[in-house]
Design a protein around this ligand. Sequence first.
Ligand code: GRF
Length: 199
Amino acid sequence: MNIAVFASGKGTNLSAIIRQVKKGSLKVNIALMVTDNPKAPAISRARRAGVKVVIITPKDFPDKKSFEAEVIDQLKQNNVDLVVLAGFMLILGPNLISAYKDKIINIHPALLPSFKGASAIKDALDYGVKLTGVTVHFVDEKIDNGPIIMQEPVKIEEKDSLEILEKKIHRLEHKIYPKAIGLLAENRFKIENRKVVIL
Ligand code: GRF
């Protein structure tokens, strides 16, 4: 299976995926890494690992539709079967989502449907929940909404600062994202209504 990892920032999830592929425990080919941010540290992580990088910046396109047409074109040229969002900060539009229906996944640093949005770790900490976690889910046209593939909890201790909680969440993300990708690569799932059944 050919995957494309989309990242706008640091790229620690990208590195975790690369590590498992190199170890042979995740049997996929990382066909390319796509970013909208020419300054993303994820770019050098990809290049160091020999992963092809494609930088597509929205400001070079007149509108979202043509930006997404270029993204789709790159995915097709590279025979991508699965799009893996790993800290990709743009909201995907309907053209891309329908072109890759049930073939785009995302990782979110909270237990969805709680704490949607871009500051989920801080929001959970500030709210005072005792338990948060990580969710891997399919991407549909609504934000942080699609069918849930995998979820794991993280306990929030009273002494946890934002920094500590972020560390705990990221450590868990790096474990479960490659696992979830592996399940999809082996085709060990079906979607019934909005429930993902692992086979
Ligand atoms: C992760 O926390 C992920 O849950 C969220 O964006 C962050 C990306 O981190 N969607 P990184 O760029 O992989 O380090």
